[in-house]
Design a protein around this ligand. Structure first.
Ligand SMILES: NC(=O)c1ccc[n+]([C@@H]2O[C@H](COP(=O)([O-])OP(=O)(O)OC[C@H]3O[C@@H](n4cnc5c(N)ncnc54)[C@H](O)[C@@H]3O)[C@@H](O)[C@H]2O)c1
Length: 326
């Protein structure tokens, strides 16, 4: 049984905490938040003890792992504290804001032989899992291109003018790596056509280690309610389209007349929230089986590096070659 302590009692923390409670292999031992009222309310909701800090939680409860779902600027401190106390960690995205902090977390987990997982939950979406499976089965073949488009409402956030990179970048660059491998080169363009003070649409052209080229477009120039995401893979055997994270995946083999369309049942079908639950449950299952809880802290760090590269490519108006990074 994996005993878990949870840090951060916002709305996303609740999804993680309920997921740990719902899994037969894990037990939520307690919650904490720097705003103790939030921890107390959460503890009452979930029927677990509440603490004003991770230190207090760790002093009172025996835990094997810590769930870090704090504000995105505050992942480093509790994650590092948990690792230094000898606990495995599952941290929300982005792994950290600062590169050096992400590097320190990954190094600390390695040094202590602890597991550090990151919540790149899109990998657990029904459509994306299906597309990845078809790719693994060789049904798409050798990739020629990967196209990713994510468009939602905005802007918001504190990191002007680049907050979109910090908001969606962890997921977007993780999807690029999930489907296409490492980024060998990239050129980013950004625009703020609504004069918001933020770059609200970002396009990135990339060459990937799989040999494919990729275009990534992510944007705050749309709305949340009218279709958010689309991914398309094309190889030498077929083309695959994925609609939303969880909704539909289609396979169009180049040979023959038959296409495969897989849709979630609209009544019992997957909700976006299920990607969190699946990710948390995979973390518990992986630890129980002695497997690294993929996606790992190193995947979080790889995405974070690409986010910085994306900003640098735009600011310096040049093609960057992350693949050449030592
Ligand atoms: N994976 C996804 O699809 C996805 C979606 C939305 C948000 N997120 C991420 O989830 C995280 C949480 O989001 P949220 O909307 O619940 O945030 P939130 O700001 O509403 O809640 C975070 C909580 O953490 C607490 N906190 C901050 N620092 C702390 C510390 N050092 N110790 C203890 N508690 C601390 C805050 O008081 C707050 O209650 C963020 O990192 C966000 O980027 C992920």
């Amino acid at each position: 049984m994996l005993r878990v302590g949870a840090v951060g009692c916002g709305p996303i923390g609740l999804i993680h905490q309920r997921a740990f409670q719902a899994h037969k292999g894990s037990k939520l031992m307690g919650v904490c938040d720097v705003v103790f009222d939030k921890a107390r309310d959460r503890g009452e909701t979930l029927g677990v003890p509440a603490y004003p800090s991770l230190k207090a939680l760790l002093e009172s409860q025996q835990v094997d792992a810590v769930s870090v779902v704090t504000t995105d600027t505050h992942h480093f401190e509790p994650a590092m504290q948990a690792l230094q106390a000898g606990k495995h960690v599952l941290v929300e995205k982005p792994i950290t804001i600062e590169l050096t902090e992400g590097e320190q977390l990954v190094a600390e987990a390695d040094r202590r032989n602890l597991e550090l997982g990151v919540n790149h939950n899109r990998r657990f979406g029904f459509a994306y899992r299906t597309g990845r499976r078809w790719l693994d089965e060789g049904r798409i073949g050798r990739l020629g291109y990967l196209l990713i488009r994510q468009a939602q409402g905005g802007p918001y956030g504190t990191r002007k003018p680049f907050h979109l990179v910090w908001d969606m970048g962890p997921h977007m660059f993780d999807l690029v790596r999930f489907f296409g491998g490492e980024v060998l080169s990239m050129k980013a363009e950004m625009t703020d056509t609504r004069d918001t003070g933020y770059y609200t649409s970002i396009a990135v052209a990339m060459k990937l280690s799989s040999g494919a080229v990729s275009t990534l477009l992510f944007s705050w120039d749309s709305v949340f309610t009218k279709g958010l995401e689309y991914v398309e893979l094309c190889g030498d055997k077929g083309r695959c389209t994925m609609h939303e994270v969880n909704q539909e995946a289609c396979l169009y083999p180049h040979e023959g007349d038959e296409s495969v369309i897989v849709r979630t049942d609209p009544f019992h079908g997957y909700q976006f929230q299920d990607t969190f639950t699946r990710r948390v449950h995979a973390f518990v299952d992986d630890l129980a089986a002695g497997r690294p809880p993929s996606p790992l802290g190193s995947d979080g760090l790889a995405s974070l590096r690409l986010m910085y590269d994306c900003v640098r490519s735009f600011e310096e108006d040049r093609v960057l070659k992350p693949g050449a990074r030592k």
